[in-house]
Ligand binder design. Structure first.
Ligand code: PLP
Length: 492
């Protein structure tokens, strides 16, 4: 879609050389041709008005008018009444390599889009309410004092910190103080700055859930921490293993373990807090998926149980959309300064207007309304997944269904997880195997046993797609169980 400047002419960096032999008019023509050929000006984009360009270059308007007429005659530009002069839509000479940056998927690229996306962790992107966000943004822009357009406080907008701390107390039964709340650009950025702060506090080793969120072992390694893998069972993290590994920090997804979906049991929660007290340790709580709990009351944040042992991190990536890139940290006071230093040195801040908009969205009740709407939707999708598995894959266990929008489907003995994933991909279904979530420790920690399983994300698929997708997966699994594969070699 070409940029439309709504009547105001766009700026264009052109210059003329008064000492050159070539006439000024000729120079303008040549500069515009070059800009179009090189892709600086793309098909459909508007040129400045003749008056504006003449004033910018300090030449007579007549020279610019003749240059535009010449380009019109040559087919470089078109002139549309009321819409100014634009680069011709199908300009044949445009440098195509400039039109689509390397690696960027654009129309006509050959990366197949999955027809059914069981990808982990993607919320329902169609549920995002642009009208609500637009309302919040425009309210933020309208009310933001001019002074707030400078660099804000490193901790983030004070108003948003207050709103987030209130939200955490109200919805997550936490006990956050705005003074210990830090706004970040999503969970991952929060994790990076917190890990840096832990290293500054002399912590050397961290325990990570195994299986656990992808990349966290690499992120911890980059921060300078050594990694122990800690197994997860139906009650969540094995605290006995964590204790044996000798770490003084742990990163955990207690509300809905990533990727098994286990919810940390009450006994384990207490065991974990006891561990932190015993080793003078710190628990990093990744509080993602907590808002989506279906059959029972939400389990409160661990941070509420032990505020001086827990750094809680959250973001709107699962509740609104990852594209917003806003998250937060609730930290015990003793880590605050180190976290702020890490944030200040690495990225300074999160867009101020977006912070104010998020505060407005939450304060106005629109955020809660959105959550109620999507929670119902996810519950229906989860139920559709359970029915489809019961019907098409009877006897297979599907777990992790209490919360969130992903579940774990165990594969029958002898079925090769990676082969199912690859065949599913060829059939237009995006899905990951549990093997993708293994942690690479840098010690001898044993980690989890490795069952073959698929991590099924159901946040961004319709119930019809769930039924169809499970039907196709059932066919692929069945082929392997019977020892045959379409177009492939027998499995036994
Ligand atoms: C386990 C886990 N926690 C948190 C997040 C959210 O991360 P971010 O806020 O950086 O998008 C994700 C994203 O997929 C995740 O997988």
């Amino acid at each position: 879609m070409p940029v439309d400047y709504r009547g105001a002419g766009p700026e264009l960096a052109l210059a003329v050389d008064r000492s050159a032999d070539a006439s000024l008019g000729h120079q303008v023509q040549e500069a515009l041709r070059r800009a179009i050929r090189s892709g600086t000006l793309r098909p459909g984009e508007r040129l400045p008005s003749t008056r504006q360009l003449a004033a910018q270059l300090g030449i007579s308007r007549g020279l610019v008018v003749s240059a535009y007429e010449q380009l019109l005659a040559e087919g470089y530009v078109v002139s549309v009444v009321g819409s100014g002069t634009r680069v011709a839509p199908a300009f044949a000479g445009a440098d195509r390599s400039a039109a689509s940056p390397a690696g960027e998927a654009g129309p006509g690229c050959l990366v197949p889009t999955p027809k059914i996306d069981f990808g982990y962790g993607v919320p329902d992107l169609r549920a995002f309410a642009p009208r609500d966000w637009l309302w919040a943004l425009s309210d933020a822009v309208r009310t933001l004092p001019t002074a707030d357009l400078g660099d804000g406080a490193v901790a983030g907008d004070a108003g948003l910190r207050g709103v987030l701390a209130g939200y955490h107390r109200r919805v997550r039964a936490g006990c956050a103080d705005p003074a210990d709340t830090i706004v970040v650009g999503g969970f991952r950025q929060g994790l990076n700055v917190v890990l840096g702060a832990l290293v500054a506090h002399g912590i050397e080793r961290i325990g990570l859930e195994d299986p656990g969120p992808r990349d966290h072992d690499r992120i911890a390694g980059r921060a300078g921490l050594r990694v122990s893998a800690v197994a997860v069972d139906a009650d969540g993290l094995r605290v006995d293993q964590l204790r044996a590994g000798g770490a003084r920090a742990v990163l955990i997804t207690p509300a809905h373990q990533c990727p098994t979906g286990a919810v940390l049991s009450p006994a384990r929660r207490h065991e974990l807090v006891q561990w932190a007290q015993d080793v003078d340790g710190v628990i990093l709580e990744d509080d993602y998926d907590a808002e989506f709990r279906y059959d029972r009351q939400p389990v409160g944040s661990l941070q509420g149980l032990a505020p001086d042992r827990v750094v809680a991190l959250g973001s709107v990536s699962k509740t609104l959309a990852p594209a917003l890139r806003i998250g937060w940290i609730f930290t015990p006071r003793r880590f605050r300064a180190a976290i702020l230093t890490e944030k200040d040195l690495s990225c300074r801040g999160v867009p101020q207007i977006d912070q104010v908009a998020l505060a407005r969205l939450i304060e106005s009740g629109r955020f809660d309304r959105h959550l109620r709407r999507v929670r119902d939707r996810y519950r229906r999708r989860r139920d559709a997944l359970v029915s489809a598995v019961a019907e098409r894959l009877p006897g297979l266990s599907i777990t992790g269904l209490d919360a969130g929008h992903h579940a774990l489907l165990r594969l029958p003995a002898g079925v090769d997880e990676q082969r199912v994933v690859a065949r599913a991909g060829a059939a237009g279904i995006a899905v990951r195997g549990l093997g993708d979530y293994r942690v690479t420790p840098d010690d001898e920690t044993p980690g989890a046993p490795r069952p073959a399983a698929l991590v099924i994300g159901f946040g961004n698929v319709t119930t019809a797609q769930i039924r169809d997708g499970i039907g196709i997966l059932a066919g692929l699994i069945d082929l392997q169980v019977r020892g045959e594969a379409p177009g492939g070699r027998p499995t036994r």
